[in-house]
Ligand binder design. Sequence first.
Ligand code: COA
Length: 382
Amino acid sequence: MSTSSNVVKKNKEGGLEGIIAGNSEICEVGVGSHGEHSLHYRGYTIEDLASNASFEEVAWLLLRGKLPNKNELATYKEKLRKLRDLPSTCKHILEEIPAHAHMLDVMRTGCSVLGNLEPESKKHDQYAVADRLIACFSSFFLYWYKFHHQKKRADLNSNEDTTAGHILRVLHEKTPNELQKQALNATLILYAEHEFNASTFTVRTIASTLSDFYSAICGGIGALKGPLHGGANEEAIILIQKFMTPEDAENGIKQMLNEKKLVMGFGHRVYKVVDPRSTFVKAWANKLSIDSKDKHLYPIANRIEEVMWDSKHLFPNLDFYSALVFYYLNIPTNMFTPLFATSRISGWSAHLMEQRANNRLIRPLANYIGPSLQKWIPLEKR
Ligand SMILES: CC(C)(COP(=O)(O)OP(=O)(O)OC[C@H]1O[C@@H](n2cnc3c(N)ncnc32)[C@H](O)[C@@H]1OP(=O)(O)O)[C@@H](O)C(=O)NCCC(=O)NCCS
């Protein structure tokens, strides 16, 4: 058991690195002694889930702790389909947000508005709130984006039974093909949950004060926005697109490393050799690139990966190749992190409920390094 003094010593860099901050049954990030890495949601491997499940099945698993049966899944998909539309007050407020706003700010506002319109109550309990948010999280930014950038009021009632199909159909206003739906579905599954990452821990911290569901989720959105967390996928595609050829990329990345610049989409606080999600998402990026007319970015991304490994032993995290998946799906760059949030709302909700089920206020200590006791100086003498 750690004493408070050795915890403070370990924490001196401020990032809580290596600190176990609580128990959880939701997700296991395995880092073996020989560098082997694994990721399980409720005991199911990410390989099985990303290859076989739908995002809705995974959301159910995360929230309810077990896989749904056939009937439960069909009913759940239909329930989510019916919950995608937004109240007119919420749409009106989204129309008032400026066209240049950050899309995660749009989502945070949308979530906050919904918290006022559909607050938690005995009738609208935490499962109802979670399902509602899982269903309509993409609606906040899709509605806002279409209104401001395409001068249209989006129809949020598609008949697509999956979240992936729905997003692609509303965004592109045409039926997505199977490959596109599967690629987005798998990417959403990979983004759904990742134990005590910064945004999830924020959600749990807010939940631990016994605040409401929506406030905790708004905090999670805020944490996700930063480029060291969710924002990395947007930065990654901007970087990949800067280069015309793999050779160009090799030189550019080497120069960035010489200048000690961060290459977004690489490295991880917990994984040190490989991000197990990256293998899957890379395979989807490859499939989409083969299917696409625009084939030049995938080899560029590959070369960046090689250079990062050879020069710094850094490996791509989920954000690097997911950026390519989103790019090949013709998704605007500023929608990449909102898509991450659209998936992670399932993990956030599961953690919020787990925190509530066995709550203790999260309130660590600070190691004080400020001035020693000072003598009070009256205002007129300063
Ligand atoms: C994710 C991240 C914050 C983890 O950081 P961390 O655990 O604090 O690791 P550190 O910052 O201590 O990195 C260790 C070394 O690798 C370097 N490094 C880590 N990630 C790097 C990156 N993406 N590009 C270049 N160098 C990197 C650091 O500069 C440091 O080098 P040094 O020892 O010469 O100073 C970090 O890897 C990063 O900033 N990555 C880019 C952002 C990103 O992709 N975020 C999404 C995470 S899923």
